[in-house]
Design a protein around this ligand. Sequence first.
Ligand SMILES: NC(=O)c1ccc[n+]([C@@H]2O[C@H](COP(=O)([O-])OP(=O)(O)OC[C@H]3O[C@@H](n4cnc5c(N)ncnc54)[C@H](OP(=O)(O)O)[C@@H]3O)[C@@H](O)[C@H]2O)c1
Length: 230
Amino acid sequence: MSEPVLLITGASSGIGAATARHAVEQGYRVALAARSAAKLDALVDELGGADKAFAVSCDVTDKDSQQQMVQSTLAHFGQIDAVFANAGIGGKPGGFCGADSDVWKDMILTNVYGVGLTIQCCAEALKQSRGHLLITGSAAGRTTIPGSMYSATKWAVSAIGYGVREELRGTGVRVTLIEPGMVDTPFFDDQPEHALTDGDIAEAVLFSLSRPASVDVNEILVRPTPKIED
Ligand SMILES: NC(=O)c1ccc[n+]([C@@H]2O[C@H](COP(=O)([O-])OP(=O)(O)OC[C@H]3O[C@@H](n4cnc5c(N)ncnc54)[C@H](OP(=O)(O)O)[C@@H]3O)[C@@H](O)[C@H]2O)c1
C-alpha cells in the first residue's frame, strides 16, 4: 500500500513545518501549503524531494487558491488521507475597545474563514479516503482572554471542529482539534518564555493520526507544565 498523504496548511514554519518533519519520519508523504514558496521549497528538499513532499503556494483566505491546493495535491500524490488545517495569525494589543480593527479582518479571514474553506475544499477527498481532519485551535479558544479577538477566532475554530465532526458523522472521517498553549514559534515577535516546542505539538498531531480508524481523538489540549515554584 502507498504511504498515506497528509496535507498541511501553514506548513512554511512553526507547528506546520514541525508536523511535516515528524510525519515524514513516520512514513507519510506531505503536501505543504503556505504563501512563502521559498520556505516550502527548502522544506521539500530537506524532507527528501518530490516523492516525499510537495510544495503548493496557497493563501488560505482565497477559495480559488485552496481549490488549486487540493487539485494539485491530488494530481501529485493521487490521494489525500489527512488534512491539518493549521494556518493562522495572531492579533495586536488594544482589546475590543482599542485595537486596530483593520488587523481583525486578516485574522478573522485567515483563522476562521480560511479554516472553513480548507474543510470545504478538502471534504470530498477526505470522504473518499475515509480520512482524518485535524484543525489547529488553541488553548485561547478554551479560556476567556480579556479583549482578545484572537481568542474569539479560536473559540470559533473550536466550534467549527465540533460542528464539522457532527456533519461528517457516518462518513468515516475523523476530526481532531489540536489546542496548543504557548508554543515557541515565529508566531511571536519575541521569543516567549516557558513555552512548548513546535515538536511537542507535532507529536500530538502524529499521536492522533496513529490511532486506529475506530478511534476518533476529538481534541488534545496541550499546555506547558506550570513553572515549579520554590
Ligand atoms: N505559537 C503559539 O503559541 C500557538 C498557540 C496556539 C495556537 N497556535 C496556532 O498554531 C497555528 C500555527 O502557528 P505557529 O505558532 O506555528 O506560527 P507560525 O510559525 O507563524 O506559522 C503560521 C503559518 O501559517 C501560515 N499562514 C499565515 N497566513 C496564511 C495565509 N493567509 N495563507 C496560507 N498560510 C498562511 C504561515 O505561512 P506563510 O506566512 O508562508 O503564508 C505559517 O506557515 C496557528 O493557527 C496559530 O494560531 C499557535
